[in-house]
Design a protein around this ligand. Structure first.
Ligand code: ADP
Ligand code: MG
Length: 259
């Protein structure tokens, strides 16, 4: 069967295009015409209150939810036009860091990180190549010395980093972070924020960071997009978005800024 997956995206091309997207659930209008274009190598933080549709937005980028209206173009592919097989190929190019890092407790750190490689029958790497890839991913998150430990030996912040290393092993072109600092103390949060920047530099990834942690947004992103009442009402640098007289944005800032 002909595959529609496009593999090369030049630096100037947009990596993610969200065009006039609507999404409702049983009469609840969550997204009411969102627009956002993200170019290669850019980190964009999506900010918004709990329940505003942030997770719905990134689920649409990986085809877990379909828009009711509008276009979602990821790495040159119109998500709605792909079948399951094509979607799975595209998903392999996208790293998804969930709210809970969900490591396999019975597997070592090495086995956890190698999992995306070993589960995928198409990667025919030998043992040494797999170890090398795991070490590279562990170096990226600064935890190479934990390779033979078990998840239960690690702190919450370390587990989160291991979860990120596991997504990095496939060298994703896009990283999606859903609330990367939620539930972490300020010091661990700042380590994760630094890691998100490091990943952008090391892997030249394009990232969306979903958060309501303003420190995280400020420290990790090139631009922020405010999701309010189902629309991106303000998109720009952190300072551009928050130097505003808009009451809703000012309120969001005051209720969420934790320093
Ligand atoms: P958040 O901004 O906190 O990530 P979500 O994107 O998870 O919010 O959810 C936005 C709204 O959409 C919520 O009211 C949620 O209950 C609803 N929602 C999300 N996914 C579904 C679904 N699969 N079915 C029905 N309602 C959903
Ligand atoms: Mg969410």
């Amino acid at each position: 069967m002909e595959t529609k997956i496009i593999t090369n995206v030049s630096n100037s091309e947009p990596v993610i295009v969200i065009n006039d997207v609507y999404k409702s659930f049983d009469g609840l209008d969550v997204l009411k015409g969102i627009n956002l274009t993200i170019t290669k190598g850019e980190n964009v933080a999506v900010l918004g209150k709990s329940g505003s549709g942030k997770s719905v937005t990134i689920k649409m980028l990986v085809g877990l939810l379909k828009p009711d209206h509008g276009d979602v173009i990821v790495l040159g592919n119109d998500i709605t036009s792909l079948n399951e097989k094509e979607l799975n190929l595209l998903r392999m190019r996208i790293g998804f860091s969930f709210q809970s890092s969900a490591l396999y407790d019975s597997m070592s750190i090495k086995q956890n990180i190698a999992f995306p490689l070993t589960m995928n029958s198409k990667t025919k790497l030998n043992k040494n190549e797999i170890t090398k890839a795991v070490e590279e991913a562990l170096d990226a998150v600064g935890l190479r010395d934990k390779i033979d430990e078990m998840p239960s030996d690690l702190s919450g912040g370390q587990r989160k980093r291991i979860g990120i290393a596991r997504t990095l092993i496939l060298h994703p072109e896009i990283m999606l972070y859903d609330e990367p600092t939620s539930g972490l103390d300020p010091i661990t949060s700042s380590e994760i924020n630094k890691l998100i920047k490091d990943v952008q530099q090391l892997y030249n990834t394009t990232s969306i960071i979903i958060t309501h942690d303003l420190t995280c947004a400020r420290e990790t992103s090139n631009r922020v997009a405010m999701l309010l009442d189902g629309k991106f009402t303000s998109v720009g640098t952190f300072d551009e978005v928050f130097k505003t007289e808009d009451e809703q944005i000012k309120n969001f800032y005051h209720y969420n800024f934790i320093q």
